[in-house]
Design a protein around this ligand. Structure first.
Ligand SMILES: [Zn+2]
Length: 249
């Protein structure tokens, strides 16, 4: 009875560890994918800014060509000014030159604005290059670590499963079935430690007589509330079982 319970406690501890390790292992690829996604987003943002800068520069070249054209027109108008015959023509040509100069001023303002925005975009590009480098470094370093942890979890699971297979034949099969039934119906926990008269899982106080019987350690008993197999942690044998389980992982 005592040994069988110890085996069950051990089995439950092994299964608990396997569950934690499996969860840890399943998390690794998700975390790596998230890091990759961050890197990809940082790269995409950098490319966007580069494109904005490029189209701004192209626009500036167009405006600069326009200014050249306007300057050409202005030169012609000034030439015309020397050749006009009437005052009316003279005034009209003068107005023409003024209009051109007005247009040139507008274009030059656009060019200055674009140059300022290009400076800002250059600064943003430098910043985003750093962000990309940071994301890549993080992916590389943390990715390696996560993969390493997943592998470690994997080999631990293998050895725990081996331990489990060695343990199972030592447990009477009807009891093993009962354990598995309870485990599946009770959120993966079939056994509950009882400390000072309280079920360690559902936290219900045991009837005093039940607790007294439990301490005698003569028969397999269940929590009257959650029906889990209970054991008294004050008993030397179970103290050791729980401690051994807790220390080895
Ligand atoms: Zn209970």
């Amino acid at each position: 009875m005592q040994e069988t319970l110890q085996l069950l406690i051990e089995l439950q501890e092994i299964e608990r560890k396997v569950k934690i390790l499996a969860e840890q292992k399943a998390r690794a690829p998700k975390e790596i994918a998230a890091l990759k996604e961050k890197e990809k987003k940082a790269e995409a943002r950098l490319e966007d800014i580069k494109m904005i800068l490029e189209s701004g520069k192209k626009l500036r070249r167009d405006v600069e060509r326009e200014v050249e054209d306007l300057e050409g027109r202005k030169t012609k108008s000034k030439q015309k000014l020397l050749e006009v015959k009437t005052n009316k023509e003279y005034q009209a040509t003068l107005k023409e030159i003024e209009d051109i100069e007005e247009l040139v001023r507008g274009r030059e303002d656009q060019i200055i604005e674009q140059m300022e925005s290009a400076d800002d975009l250059d600064r943003q590009i430098r910043e985003h290059k750093l962000l990309v480098a940071e994301a890549s470094k993080k992916l590389e370093e943390e990715g390696v670590q996560l993969e390493k942890e997943a592998k470690e979890a994997d080999s631990l699971i293998v050895s725990l499963e081996e331990q489990k297979e060695q343990l199972k034949p030592r447990i009477p099969s009807d009891l093993l079935k009962k354990y598995q039934f309870l485990r599946d119906k009770r959120a993966g926990v079939a056994l509950a430690p009882v400390n000072s008269g309280t079920c360690g899982v559902c936290h219900m106080n045991l009837p005093p007589q039940t607790f007294i019987d439990l301490q005698k350690n003569e028969k397999m008993m269940n929590c009257p509330n959650c029906l889990r197999i209970i054991y008294w942690t004050g008993h030397e044998a179970y103290k050791q079982s729980s401690r051994a389980g807790g220390d080895s992982g």
